[in-house]
Write a protein that binds this ligand. Structure first.
Ligand code: ATP
Ligand code: MG
Length: 446
């Protein structure tokens, strides 16, 4: 079998070999190339020790030298070159106590998580596939290298990684590997939020985000996102819905593009429904207040999972407004744009559409038409460059000071009042008219 390696990868392998070491492309890049996908990055595994690697290349970075990883820079791109290693005994389902370098490639492949990730390749030796990764690639199966119980006990994150790869590749999880996840899911509690976050994002932004359902079924969400378990357990008896809150959520994930903020928003948009649920005397469920409460809960969850503030703010804003349905007139749309912020509007329309497509067919056409009209009006307001944010007012604080006002709270109030006027009457947003208005306001206020 022949794989086309990039020229730089071949160059690194060649240099190592010429100096008496062994070297191969390994892991994700081999897997992805065999699947006809383009790899995110190219990793190289070698019998050379980190110091020996560093001596052979002019530009290297000590990425994880204690674990044997040196990044070799070639043509402004980095290639991780890692010494063959055996991970010593594992402590607390997370950290290998020690890393032992080895001269044996197969020993290195043995420590890797799944058979499809444990293949190595170079032009001279061809494919080295000691655990039938190729067979599992053909079958579309995620299977642990070795005994799954042992492997998940060594590093509990691998359980979530199994589902992440299933979601990215559209694969299923081999039976024993799956049973081991079910049995050991509780160990995920020992893994750091940062590592869980990375796998969760990869799973959610994949082609098969519905794998989040298996994350629940195998008992993993219970550990890092118990709120999702509550959603799966909460029914929605009401004409707008045909699924439980959780199943609806899974459907909406599949109806939106694979963007981190959008997928996180769909995952959590109804997170407060289980705590807001009521039942009327017709036996129908209602979820009053769930968007506002959901934004509060989502902030807590995303903080817990160590997401950055920008992501948290954007997701929470979209959750807060996902179910707002203002009566559509230009004034209300301008007010919505001011509240939600222009940069969040397109995402909001995508969220609303995905939410609708995850609901029952009841009034679906009307709901989608409403969103279309909302979006069209939003675009017109943008095109006409109407003022929907305070910084676009035709005057600012300095103009008011020049007019004789004192800096301070009063001045801020005048600007706020002018902005309110302009939101209702965009034609007022000229320097002359605002100065005149400001003059009237201040004489009235004094
Ligand atoms: P991606 O496309 O997301 O980069 P990848 O397979 O390259 O996929 P990485 O997380 O970058 O995944 O890891 C690179 C390789 O290192 C994997 O293919 C696997 O062989 C090995 N590996 C990574 N994490 C683990 C782990 N927790 N346990 C065992 N092996 C692992
Ligand atoms: Mg990788």
């Amino acid at each position: 079998m022949k794989i086309k390696l990039p020229k730089q990868v071949n160059q690194i392998i060649h240099t190592l070999k010429q100096n008496g070491y062994d070297a191969y492309a390994v892991g994700g890049c081999v897997r992805d190339t065999l699947l006809g996908r383009s790899p995110m990055d190219w990793d190289i595994t070698t019998s050379a020790l980190p110091q020996q690697v560093k001596r052979l290349f002019s530009h290297t970075i000590d990425t994880g030298i204690q674990h044997g990883t040196v990044t070799v820079m070639l043509d402004y791109e980095g290639y991780e070159v890692t010494t063959y290693r055996i991970d010593g005994e594992y402590e607390d389902a997370r950290h290998p106590r020690e890393v032992i370098f080895t001269g044996n490639l197969v020993e290195d492949l043995k420590r890797r998580d799944f058979t499809i990730n444990a293949m190595a390749y170079n032009d001279e030796s061809g494919l080295v596939d000691a655990f039938d990764g190729i067979g599992d690639l053909h079958k579309g199966v995620i299977r642990c290298v070795g005994n799954p119980n042992d492997r998940f006990q060594e590093d509990a994150l691998r359980m979530l990684r199994a589902l992440r790869f299933a979601a990215q590749l559209g694969f299923s999880i081999e039976k024993e590997t799956k049973a081991a996840i079910s049995e050991l899911s509780g160990n995920l509690a020992k893994v750091s939020a940062e590592r869980i976050q990375m796998e969760l994002v990869k799973l959610l932004t994949s082609d098969h985000p519905q794998e989040i359902r298996t994350v629940y079924e195998l008992g993993l969400s219970r550990i890092f996102l118990p709120e999702f378990d509550r959603m799966m357990e909460t029914p929605q008896k009401n004409k707008h819905h045909s699924y439980s809150v959780g199943e609806h959520t899974v459907h909406t994930l599949q109806e939106i593009e694979p963007d981190k903020v959008l997928r996180l928003t769909m995952l959590l948009h109804d997170v407060a429904k289980p705590v807001c649920i009521t039942c009327d005397n017709q036996g129908q469920n209602h979820f009053k207040g769930h968007p506002a409460e959901g934004a509060v809960m989502a902030r807590e969850i995303l903080r817990r999972l160590k997401f950055d503030n920008d992501t948290i703010d954007r997701v929470c804003c979209l959750i807060r407004y996902h179910d707002d349905r203002p009566e559509l007139n230009p004034r209300n749309v301008r007010r919505a744009m001011s509240r939600i912020k222009i940069e969040n509007m397109e995402a909001l329309f995508a969220v609303k559409r995905a939410d609708t497509l995850g609901q029952s067919l009841y009034h679906r056409e009307e709901k989608l038409k409403y969103i279309d009209t909302y979006e069209r009006m939003y675009r017109e307001i943008l095109e006409q460059e109407q003022c929907v944010q305070k910084k676009d007012l035709a005057i600012n604080g300095r103009d008011l000071i020049a007019m004789g006002m004192k800096p301070g709270k009063g001045l801020g109030n005048v600007l706020d009042a002018l902005f309110e006027e302009v939101l209702d009457h965009p034609e007022l947003n000229t320097r002359e008219r605002l100065l005149e208005l400001a003059h009237n306001l201040t004489t009235r206020l004094i």
